[in-house]
Design a protein around this ligand. Sequence first.
Ligand SMILES: NC(=O)c1ccc[n+]([C@@H]2O[C@H](COP(=O)([O-])OP(=O)(O)OC[C@H]3O[C@@H](n4cnc5c(N)ncnc54)[C@H](O)[C@@H]3O)[C@@H](O)[C@H]2O)c1
Ligand SMILES: N[C@H](CO)Cc1c[nH]c[nH+]1
Ligand SMILES: [Zn+2]
Length: 425
Amino acid sequence: MLPRAEMNVDAVVERVRPIVDDVRDRGVEAVLEYGERFDGVRSESVRVPFAALREALDATDPQVRAALETSIERARAVHADQRRTDTTTQVVPGGTVTERWVPVARVGLYAPGGLAVYPSSVVMNVVPAQAAGVDGLVVCSPPQREFGGRPHPLILAAAALLGVDEVWGVGGAQAVALLAHGGVDTDGAELEPVDMVTGPGNVYVTAAKRVLRGRIGIDSEAGTTEIAVLADHTADPVHVAADLISQAEHDPSAASVLVTTSVELADAVDAELATQVASTKHDERIRTALAGQQSGTILVADLDAGIRVVDAYAAEHLEIQTQDAAGVAARVRNAGAIFVGPHSPVSLGDYCAGSNHVLPTAGCARHSSGLSVQTFLRGIHVVDYSADALRDVADQVVALAEAEDLPAHGQAVAARFGTRKEWSR
Ligand SMILES: NC(=O)c1ccc[n+]([C@@H]2O[C@H](COP(=O)([O-])OP(=O)(O)OC[C@H]3O[C@@H](n4cnc5c(N)ncnc54)[C@H](O)[C@@H]3O)[C@@H](O)[C@H]2O)c1
Ligand SMILES: N[C@H](CO)Cc1c[nH]c[nH+]1
Ligand SMILES: [Zn+2]
């Protein structure tokens, strides 16, 4: 199995637990102290005034605003199609089971803001939650020193564009803890505890979600970014290298993995990486990520072996750059999202494909999905039987209850038909 980064979620859970407990006990005062320690800024208050959201939007570069609007429009189109409809099954005459889809009442949405700022993650969180019908939305993002301890203006602008009016300037584990436990701001504004926290983040955010899971619902662990590229001799090494670098740019712990059938391609990608990294803005971070144990190249004998490797790895993002890319993609079982062919780079999905970029990392794609409308819905079974329908199945319920040595279960049915029986101990 390919290793993940050394700095993993397990390694920081115990470091994050005291932060979570402290925020539970001391609320906003603790949040402000952690902001000072980890984000280098202490603000007057944590909730962003409503007027500041509109001001940020008005001050946004028109080109960036238009791009955000495109991103929102495409994401809304895809997520609208994910809505569920209730289903009613008539099991027998007079006996129905309805599956009713009900949105979570109040959710906290995290948009990262440490090494980079992520207005695109505001879009990717808010769009599916709104499409699911969630009423209570609160966005959290780290306080930024250069903006007086408020989140980055583009985070505020994205929230305003999406119609979200509650934004708090808090990041890391303390954000997840504040969302879960609630708190009162220095000026008396109240953050009501949420039922669920979603959104991507670094290892501290992910560890806090793991610590608080159960008290709140969480989405899949959308931690440090990963890309795997499955490529054959037809792939363009310039594109493959650019895509590997694009995701390494997120974090020194990010993973960029090439799985290929072609030695020539592997060598050409190595050469391209050396050239392209040198001219990239965040070259130091990228070099660290590419040199880490989590990144590298794997040579495979053929595409069948390649598919076995990428399935075992279960990458957050998987690009297929092979002949018949669609056919190969159809054979993959485990990935957060799959990007097919030469014109579907991961960066497209990060911003403007319409797909969601909040995706499971660290192998969680074996069992979990990216953020979607479904994340914010709960299916409730509504059981409705008539007297006749219950009578028809009463003996079977009693038989199973007795087989499980839970006779009172059977009695609850029998009692309705005057056939209660006394049980000897
Ligand atoms: N999987 C996905 O869907 C997805 C999507 C977007 C981004 N990401 C990932 O999100 C992450 C964003 O990370 P980021 O750091 O830029 O922003 P972030 O907002 O996730 O983390 C910043 C916060 O980390 C906390 N922190 C920093 N150092 C700490 C320490 N030593 N102890 C405790 N807390 C500390 C601070 O409170 C700070 O506010 C990246 O790893 C990126 O790869 C993942
Ligand atoms: N690649 C990230 C998901 O892991 C999402 C993102 C946002 N901005 C840029 N990229
Ligand atoms: Zn990205």
